[in-house]
Write a protein that binds this ligand. Structure first.
Ligand SMILES: [Zn+2]
Length: 249
């Protein structure tokens, strides 16, 4: 149990067993004046044990949905445990970036004569889910930075991008969220993020546009102010795409 949830008299807000755990968490967030949109991380308000309680609560709700879809969850062996699968998948996988804290990122000094003062461009594969339809979003984020005094491990760029993506998102918001987190982790203002992704809500339903692709870009610092830096970033993306990455992204 996280200490932040202990009241002055030593009791915790979980002592009230009458309210569903989602309500308890929601009240905690509201009393701290924080937002809890689909793309917000709320891990500071949810303990590890509470994640399991959330799965139990969500399972009950999914069971109700399946029943309303008139699916025989008692006798259909393929549907019998579906409610639990969906609940676990949402909390621990598809929306993991909402309920789990940010990845541990260690920064290393990048100073002196041997400091790297060029551009880094990292290609990060992404899986997300759109806030509107909860359909899969599959694509790639290209994260560009020009370091300022420190760098982080190469895999950490992708870990941060995936942590931001594992939520209900809009691609436009996701692009900005990744850039802000990379700025925080690296301490540089010189950050660019370009995402190319396919959206299940355009390919699986609605317009059924199977080859549709959405591209978004956010630029900060030198990437925004200096046209040659911006061009170098996009040239790097083209190089990566032609060098065997998934060309469509
Ligand atoms: Zn959608």
């Amino acid at each position: 149990m996280n200490n932040q949830f202990q009241a002055d008299d030593g009791t915790s807000d979980l002592d009230c067993t009458c309210a569903p755990i989602s309500q308890v968490i929601k009240q905690r967030i509201q009393s701290n004046g924080k937002r809890y949109f689909a793309n917000d991380n709320i891990s500071e308000f949810v303990s590890q044990e509470e994640r399991d309680l959330l799965v139990d609560e969500i399972q009950q709700k999914f069971q109700g949905v399946l029943e309303s879809l008139v699916i025989d969850i008692d006798n259909d062996p393929n549907s019998h445990d579906t409610a639990r699968r969906l609940a676990k998948m949402d909390v621990h996988e598809i929306m993991r970036g909402r309920y789990y804290p940010s990845p541990n990122v260690t920064a290393f000094p990048n100073e002196g004569d041997t400091a790297y003062d060029g551009m880094l461009v990292i290609r990060s594969e992404l899986k997300s889910v759109c806030s509107h339809h909860h359909q899969p979003v599959t694509g790639v984020a290209y994260v560009g930075i020009i370091p300022n005094g420190k760098v982080i491990g190469l895999s950490k760029y992708t870990r941060i991008a995936q942590w931001c993506a594992r939520r209900g998102t809009l691609q436009e918001e996701l692009c900005t969220d990744i850039a802000q987190e990379i700025k925080k982790a690296t301490g540089t203002e010189n950050v660019a993020v370009h995402i190319g992704a396919e959206h299940g809500c355009c390919t699986n339903r609605g317009i059924m546009a199977t080859s549709s692709l959405t591209q978004t870009t956010v630029l900060y610092g030198r990437f925004k102010e200096d046209p040659s830096t911006k061009k170098e970033f996009f040239d790097n993306i083209k190089l990566q795409q032609s060098a065997g990455g998934k060309g469509v992204y």
